[in-house]
Design a protein around this ligand. Structure first.
Ligand code: 3NM
Length: 215
């Protein structure tokens, strides 16, 4: 296996849905199936927050979500938990600045997709050298989902990153109503939790977001 081609990755990052059991108002497997039906292009399993699953339960849910992704040709990325990503043979991992060092993670995961959250050009340069395949830039807008985010940064860093030739997704408070701003700034895609997972109609929410991205 070789590292993923950036152009291929850009097409996969367009409608990037992130969720775990604590984000979903119903069975996460049903939420994921509906989101896929609505047109998401990539899924990240992020099992975080109060009352989140741990140990075997976390792994079992991950395996179910991964099976749904596989059946639908959607890449399955694991947030933060490298051991679980390796155990499940996930398509990739996403790490933050507070997680394990990106260079160490790259060594462990070989050619799997590596996403790194970044907040300034210095972090971007370091992540690029460490072997990141894409950057997550946020929080673009205020978000209630992650309590320990950096300051809201708008789209300024996305605009600055055009020369880095690494795919970029925006994250934080993104909805169908503001997604165009993120794309117009130069992002290759948007990653969302609440805009899809909390929707009354998950299919409709994913479809609305997809139509904004592909307009
Ligand atoms: N990371 P929502 S913001 C997981 O800024 C995450 O790095 C962020 O959730 C960052 O779409 C965030 O519900 C939460 O706002 C995104």
């Amino acid at each position: 296996m070789a590292r993923i081609n950036p152009e291929k990755l850009k097409s996969l990052l367009k409608v990037y849905f992130i969720a775990g059991s604590t984000n979903c108002l119903e069975d996460p497997c049903i939420v994921l199936e509906e989101a896929i039906r609505g047109g998401i292009t990539l899924f990240q399993y992020r099992e975080k927050g109060s009352n989140c699953l741990d140990g075997t339960e976390k792994l079992v849910l991950g395996r179910e979500l991964q099976r749904i992704c596989k059946n639908n040709g959607i890449p399955f990325i694991v947030n933060d938990d490298i051991e679980m990503a390796l155990e499940l043979d996930a398509d990739g991992v996403h790490i933050g600045q507070e997680d394990e060092d990106a260079q160490e993670v790259r060594k462990k995961i070989g050619d799997k997709i590596l996403g790194v959250s970044v907040h300034c050009v210095k972090e971007v340069e370091k992540a690029k050298l460490a072997g990141a395949d894409y950057f997550g830039v946020g929080p673009i807008f205020p978000t209630e989902t992650k309590k320990d985010t950096r300051a809201v940064q708008g789209t300024a860093l996305i605009e600055e990153l055009k020369d880095f030739e690494i795919p970029i997704v925006g994250i934080g408070g993104i909805t169908a109503d503001n997604a165009s701003l993120v794309m117009e700034a130069g992002a290759d895609g948007v990653s969302v939790i609440t805009a899809i997972s909390h929707a009354d109609d998950v299919w409709e929410a994913a479809d609305r977001l997809r139509r904004k991205i592909y307009n």
